[in-house]
Design a protein around this ligand. Structure first.
Ligand code: SF4
Ligand code: SF4
Length: 200
């Protein structure tokens, strides 16, 4: 699983930025910087707060294919879609993975809507990303987040029953959220996520 970094409203990063000098590149930071060039605050602001990476996943040992489930990590708040104990997450959930500019290129189980995955692949953010919309609720309004879609918490579902909870939507971009994310930015890249459980 991917552990999510502390999320900050888009306005926080934007408002603290000094006015660019005349002639400077005025594109937003995620379009003009690689992931590894970003400050910690910029990196963390990339997390849209969707919570998809905090769903349990299964990995087929033969094919390597990842399957999402709608079973949430025990620390995921189903309404806010944020971690309930971000500071201590890796002590409490050992398989919570901290995303970095280096590992985000190797991780194959991030959802296709994830800002880190999009930017690492040289794509842009979608319209509903809080950094683009300026509104942290658009990730929910566009049907991207897990709000209202979690069926169970992992503490109530034994590993051997996870297969019964496989769903496809976390691996898809809904039509309502699919505008933009065009290629054309400078390619990449600590956010957290949950690693898949391996199954043969
Ligand atoms: S511990 Fe990690 S995977 Fe679990 S909710 Fe928190 S950030 Fe997400
Ligand atoms: S999938 Fe990506 S953008 Fe969504 S919560 Fe996880 S790290 Fe953040």
């Amino acid at each position: 699983m991917i552990a999510k970094p502390p999320r900050k409203p888009a306005s926080a990063a934007a408002s603290s930025a000094p006015a660019p000098p005349a002639g400077a590149d005025e594109r937003p930071f995620w379009q003009r910087k690689t992931l590894s060039e970003m400050t910690d605050a910029e990196w963390e602001s990339l997390c849209d707060g969707c919570g998809r990476c905090c769903l349990n996943k299964l990995e087929d040992e033969d094919t390597g294919r990842t399957f999402f489930t709608d079973v949430a990590c025990r620390l995921l708040d189903w309404d806010t879609c944020r971690c309930k104990d971000y500071r201590n997450r890796q002590k409490k959930v050992p398989d919570c993975v901290r995303l970095t500019p280096r590992n985000v290129r190797r991780i194959v189980w991030l959802p296709p809507t994830c800002a880190y995955d999009l930017l690492a692949k040289g794509r842009d953010l979608y319209w509903w990303h809080p950094l683009v919309s300026g509104d942290p609720d658009t990730v929910h309004a566009a049907g991207i987040s897990v709000r209202g879609r979690v069926r169970a918490g992992e503490e109530t579902v034994p590993d051997e029953e996870l297969e019964n909870y496989i769903v496809s939507w976390p691996g898809q971009v809904p039509r309502s959220g699919s505008k933009a994310a065009a290629p054309g930015r400078k390619p990449a890249a600590a956010a957290p996520a949950k690693t898949p459980v391996r199954r043969s």
